[in-house]
Design a binder for this molecule. Sequence first.
Ligand code: RNT
Ligand code: ZN
Length: 419
Amino acid sequence: MNEKLILNGFEYAKARYAEMGVDVEAAMAAADKVPVSMHCWQGDDVIGFDGVGSLSGGIATTGNYPGRARTPQELRADIDKALSLIPGATKLNLHACYAEKNGKKVDRDEYTVEQFQGWLDWAAERKIGLDFNPTYFSHPMMDGDFSLSSTDEKKRRFWVEHGIRCREIALEFAKRLGQPCAINYWMPDGYKDTCADTYGPRKRMEKSLDEIFAPDIDETLAPCGIESKLFGIGVESYTVASHEFSLGYAIKNHKMYTLDSGHFHPTEVISAKITAVLLYVDKVLMHISRGIRWDSDHAVTYQDELQAIMDELVFNGLLDRAFIGQDYFDASINRIACWAIGMRSARKALLSSFLAPAEMLRKFEAEGDLTSRLAMMEERKNLPMTAVWDYYCLTRNVPVGETWLASVKQYEKDVLSLR
Ligand code: RNT
Ligand code: ZN
C-alpha cells in the first residue's frame, strides 16, 4: 500500500466531510471506542472443548476448510491472528463449551472460573474484555433439543445450575478485566413438528429462567440477555423462546433482549426493532449475522442492514445501551479471514455512521423537507468514506485495504496447513 496515496486521499476526504459539517478526526476517535465482541466459535465450527464433539441444537456449520482449531492453544493463536487485522475496541465472546477441564472431572453444572483461567489470563494480557454464554447444546444432558424447558426434572435442574454458574463466572471475568461481561441465554428448545402443548414448555422455561436469575449477582457487571428465535434446523415448528416469549421475559424481569439478525422472518430486519425495544428494556444485545434466505449464519459483510443497525445506534445516541457482538460460523472459507471480514465490516460501518451528516439529515426531517432528506441520504453514500477507512486502518496499525488477506494466506501456509 502506497502510504502517500492514502494520506492524499485522507486530506481530500477530510476537506469534503468538513463541507458537510463532519469532523473526521472526531468520527474516527468515536469509532475506536465502541466495543465489538468477536465470537470465539467461528474458529472451530462451534465445537468447543467439553461436549460431545459435534454440534447440535438446531444450528449447523457447513464446509470443511482445512485448519480448524482443535485445542484452546490453537484457537487462541487464531484469535490473536484475527485481532491483528481488526481495528478498534474488541472483546471476545466465549461460550461455556470452551471450558478447559485439564483432566478434571467437572461438568457444566459445576464450572467455576477455574475452567476459564486460560481465557481469562489471555484476555487480561491483551487488555480486552470478555462476554459469555451458557452452552445449551452439544451435551449428553440435553433432552433432545430441550434444556431449560425439559420435562425431565434432573435435566432441567442441571441446566438451571449451568445458567447460574455462568453468571458467577461472568462476574469474575468482569471484575478481573474491569469491564462488564454480557451473558447471552440462548436455548434451542423446541419441536420439529406441530405440538399439542405449547404453553407447558414456556411455563417451564420461565420457571427455569426465574431460578437462574434468583441469586443476587451484580447485573451492572454481568448483565443478562435472552435471545429469541423463529426456528432452528430440526426445530421448525415450535420454539419455546420465541420473540414474544423472550421480549416479554426481558421486559418483565429487567433483562436485556438479544436481537440476532438471522432469527426473524427473512424480510424482517433487526435495525427496525432497536428503538422500539429500547423503550421497554434498558439494553439490547446484538448478534450481528447475515442470513441468506434463512438463519444461515453467513459472515457479516458491509451491506445496507449492517449500516442501518449502526446508524440506528449512532444517530439515536444509543451506543451505551447496546452490546454489539457477532454470530456466524462458516467452515467453507478460511476461518480467520471470515472473522476479519465480519469484524472489519462492522467497524467500517460504525465509522461510516459517525461520518454521516446525521445532524443535517435530522434537521431536514424536523423541518419537513423530506426531499432534501432523501437526496442527502443518497449523497451520503457518495462521500469518500473509504479514504477515511484506509487512513483509519493505517493509523491504528492494522493492514490497509486488501493487504490483510496476504497475511492470512501466509498464516494458512505456516500454521493452518500443518494441522
Ligand atoms: C443460535 C443462536 C446462538 C448461537 C450461539 C452459538 O441460533 O444465534 O446465539 O449461534 O450461541
Ligand atoms: Zn445468535
